[in-house]
Design a protein around this ligand. Sequence first.
Ligand code: DOR
Ligand code: ZN
Length: 358
Amino acid sequence: MLKLPGLIDPHVHLREPGATHKEDWDSGTAAALAGGFTMVLAMPNTKPPIFDAGTLDLALSAAQQKARCDYAQYLGAGPDNAEVAAALADKAASLKMYLDMTFGQLRLDDMSLWMPHFEKYPGQYPIVAHSESRSMAAAILFAAIHDRPVHIAHISLREEVLLIKTAKEKGIKVTCEVCPHHLFLTADSPLPQGEGLGVRVNGRSEVRPRLATQADVDALWENLDVIDCFATDHAPHTVEEKDSDNPPPGFPGLETALPLLLTAADRGRLTMNDLIAKMYTNPKKVFSLPDQPETWVEVDETVEYEIHASEQFTRCGWTPFEGWKVKGKVRKVVLRGKTAFEDGKILVERGYGQNIRK
Ligand code: DOR
Ligand code: ZN
């Protein structure tokens, strides 16, 4: 049995308020525990989006009633909430800026709208940027100009990891995360298909950033030392939505990240020290997260099994890794002295999870 610290996922979408048919604070945090995560940071692109005191309260009261693991909630950067968001910083995971097209309404097109956020948001928390390719370069320029930390969400491209490497060497305060799906899948990977779709585009493969090329995936693996965190970007949408004519982008990931990465470690692609650094030590440091006393995860690293959506706690009902053979299974999760998950069962009640920014 392998003992790991309680893992931290700095990037999840739990869909509450507004889209609880996809996920809510209960099902999403149950999925987190089953995946070995004891703390999650929840994204603000809900309905309504979380961008001021009232909407933050909406998310946090749902979380207080339902969450089974510890959490914090991000604020979204909008066109005119820089002051309000900065004033709420101590109650939030951090500030999320959407600088490229994706799911939800929270997009900032004009760079003059970024400025007040970079000026006002307190520097002890990194602004998290959904910024791909050249908008990522722009976000890093903003971090340099304002001499404040920025965390680049879900990098997926060779050009991105190489630019971040150089920016770090120059002393710019930039950190980044990569998602398992950008490490294990390419645009050509065969993904589970919906029934009767014929030759139409497979909505299951829609995700932002898009799945990239083998050369991009290789560059991420070759530059693992540049990558601070592994984050799932757990983005549940139901099978019906994914197989519809207008499929929303996003993959679930909370229950597959650890087994996929343990399997990669077993094959010598990364070390257990890398895994612990990127799933615990670094996210804790980057986001100034507190200790979780008497908290750990027990993994049976010898068990081999197949991933099946039917065994998951997420409400979305599918996984891009359906049928994948993995090695390493979460047996038990202890959170603040209490067994929260054991042998496939959630053992803590709704509301056991705590807001770590309280
Ligand atoms: O694929 C994605 N899904 N990328 C995002 O940036 C948002 C996410 C979602 O919320 O569904
Ligand atoms: Zn996301």
